[in-house]
Design a protein around this ligand. Structure first.
Ligand code: DHB
Ligand code: FE
Length: 287
């Protein structure tokens, strides 16, 4: 049976791609952010995931304002990136796992999530930057992904509670998947940032710390925030925290936070990285 090993959540700021292309990981500006990945690399080497379910938000590469699904699940053999205009190199493709995708899609629809299923899906920086951070040199050949896009772009957005439940459904589905896969969950984006409008440059350290503290063992406190409260506290683009909530929802066991890095700013964003481990609860044997 498949096993959920844990989750990683990280910022996906595009200029990270430029820093990687120019080998600036040790520059004083970038070092406090990149050194947060040393732990992640050790953790991945130890935990050896076979597959990653990646909750992210598309920023207009695959979906645009004309057609924008609330939740979209990839079911492709491979996922390509294209030039989004950020001035960063186009990423190498990432392998998909259609069998796992269809298992998750079937479970989500059975759980009354009316998702969009995508047998062809471009992935943007919100997938490629976290992947490049976790596997330097785009050395992710051993990993297959199931990308799940959550609308954080055009209101109305799904609620924190809804994204958490989406994760719950994914977590339950992975635990009933018959292949012996080690599955990790990824949530990308955040933390607080606002890229435009009157509050451009807005960052809220206090709220970010609350999110980083509560997501591990008291996520239900965070599910009480409405989307409008989330915009007010985290900024118009800080709503990407919805992807983190879905990631947390997909960890069904006893969860511990084994790593946290928080640094202000990277570009316009309060940059954060966490690793959560998922320890399966011992099940009572049938009498
Ligand atoms: C930035 C952050 C994002 O989440 C994004 O998608 C694009 C840009 C930034 O801070 O520059
Ligand atoms: Fe973003």
């Amino acid at each position: 049976m498949a096993k959920i090993i844990g989750g990683v959540a990280t910022t996906h700021v595009p200029s990270i791609g430029q820093a990687i292309a120019e080998n600036k990981q040790k520059d004083p500006y970038w070092q406090p952010f990149f050194r947060g990945f040393d732990f992640v690399h050790d953790w991945l080497a130890r935990e050896r995931p076979d597959a990653a379910v990646v909750f992210y938000n598309d920023h207009g590469l695959n979906f645009f304002l004309d057609k924008l699904p609330t939740f979209a699940v990839g079911a492709a053999e491979a996922y390509r990136n294209e030039d989004e205009g950020w001035g960063i190199p186009v990423s190498r493709s990432i392998a998909g796992d259609p069998a796992l995708s269809w298992h998750l899609i079937n479970a989500l629809v059975a759980d009354e999530f009316d998702i969009t299923m995508c047998q062809d899906m471009l992935i943007d920086h919100a997938v490629t930057i976290p992947m490049a951070l976790m596997w330097p040199g785009q050395n992710w050949q051993g990993i297959k992904i199931v990308p799940i896009s959550i609308n954080t772009v055009q209101h109305p957005l799904p609620s924190m509670a809804r994204c958490f439940k989406l994760g719950r459904s994914i977590g339950r589905a992975i635990e009933t998947y018959e292949q012996d896969l080690r599955v990790m969950i990824v949530g990308t984006g955040g933390l607080s940032h606002q890229l435009d409008g009157k509050r451009a440059g807005f960052i809220n350290k206090e709220f970010d710390q609350l999110c980083l503290d509560k997501i591990t063992n008291e996520p239900e406190i965070l599910t009480k925030y409405s989307v409008h409260e989330l915009v007010a506290e985290a900024g118009a683009q800080g709503v990407e925290f919805l992807n983190w909530m879905a990631m947390r929802g997909a960890l069904p066991g006893r969860v511990s936070q084994v790593h946290r890095n928080y640094h202000i700013p990277i570009s316009n964003t309060a940059a954060a990285t966490i690793v959560l481990e998922n320890h399966p609860e011992p099940r009572l044997k049938a009498a």
